[in-house]
Design a binder for this molecule. Structure first.
Ligand SMILES: NC(=O)c1ccc[n+]([C@@H]2O[C@H](COP(=O)([O-])OP(=O)(O)OC[C@H]3O[C@@H](n4cnc5c(N)ncnc54)[C@H](OP(=O)(O)O)[C@@H]3O)[C@@H](O)[C@H]2O)c1
Length: 288
């Protein structure tokens, strides 16, 4: 299989490269510098030249709060650019694997969200990603994978922020009334590759990291792991707080746990397990 990765220098893009390196697939990793997905002409030319079987779109505008004041850019990358990828995928008869988010939901559910549940994003980021899902559906062959709370040893994410703050502060207040599922980008990468290999048909799929928790629970688990790994690591004192005490420009869903049964049954993809990923990821970050 010939695979093109767009947004290859983001955290998912880098994990995809790591995972695909261990397979026999031919991989073309295109960072933003190599290919700006908002440039429709260049996207078409590049894809026609490479003739991939699969395009995995790991490129996105992921700054959730910044998007509120920079809607045009968020929309250009997360929605309009996906149309460019869908057109190019159709030209070469490739499968477009597109990644979306739990933020397409409003967070009012009291059970894990299924793919068929009504969407209702509350911010610019979620709305632009939802428009991106609709753009991805323009590809004759497409799979849209919603995920949540992505972390890894790469880029910017909650785990790395917590570990940095541990070196700067003796105490931290962490939101304890938002429930979701941390997802290791490496687990997501494996799932996307398996999905591409076995392609069970067009549609939306959910993939996340297993056990649900709050940001406060996740922070506790991160610091417990770091303390196990290093005698020198000083965990800050943690205080659980409600979201109202940590106001952000974009509101977050209070509950965004994703039900991943569909992908597991249709593509034999195993669920992610964020707890299993914590030890290796924290070890890598501690050594950076
Ligand atoms: N992070 C999360 O918690 C989370 C949660 C749910 C869903 N997701 C989804 O998961 C996917 C992967 O997210 P991630 O965490 O890996 O994001 P990330 O680390 O922010 O990576 C996104 C990559 O896209 C690149 N990019 C931005 N604009 C581009 C453009 N016009 N053309 C080409 N590349 C461009 C970025 O480059 P620059 O760095 O140079 O801007 C970056 O390398 C995204 O679809 C995201 O919406 C993420």
């Amino acid at each position: 299989m010939k695979v093109v990765i767009t947004g290859a220098e983001g955290q998912l893009g880098r994990c995809l490269k790591d995972q695909l390196f261990c397979t026999s697939h031919s991989v073309f990793s295109l960072s933003r510098n190599d290919l700006d997905i908002t440039d429709s002409e260049t996207v078409m030319k590049r894809i026609v030249k490479l003739q991939p079987d699969v395009i995995i779109n790991a490129a996105a505008y992921t700054a959730v709060d910044k998007a509120e004041a920079d809607a045009d850019t968020a929309w250009a990358v997360n929605a309009l650019a996906v149309e460019n990828l869908a057109s190019a995928a159709n030209k070469v008869e490739a499968l477009l694997v597109h990644v979306s988010t739990d933020y397409v939901f409003d967070g009012l559910s009291n059970r894990p969200y299924r793919e068929t549940d009504p969407v209702n994003p509350s911010g610019v980021y979620g709305a632009s990603k939802l428009a991106g899902e609709r753009a991805a559906q323009l590809a004759v062959q497409h799979a849209i994978v919603r995920t949540a709370w992505v972390f890894s040893e790469y880029g910017h994410n909650f785990l790395k922020t917590m570990m940095r703050l541990a070196g700067e502060r003796e105490s931290l207040s962490i939101v304890n009334d938002q429930t979701g599922t941390p997802t290791y980008a490496g687990d997501l990468a494996v799932a996307l590759i398996q999905l591409s290999e076995t392609f069970p048909g067009n549609g939306v799929y959910h993939f996340s990291g297993g056990e649900a928790c709050t940001w406060f629970d996740f922070a506790c688990a991160i610091f417990e792991t770091c303390t196990e790994l290093s005698d020198e690591f000083a965990a800050p004192q943690l205080t659980p707080i409600p979201s109202t005490e940590f106001p952000t420009p974009a509101s977050r869903p209070a509950y965004s746990v994703l039900d991943g049964q569909r992908l597991m049954s249709k593509a034999s993809v195993s669920s992610g397990n964020w707890r299993n990923a914590l030890l290796p990821v924290c070890r890598k970050v501690l050594s950076q």
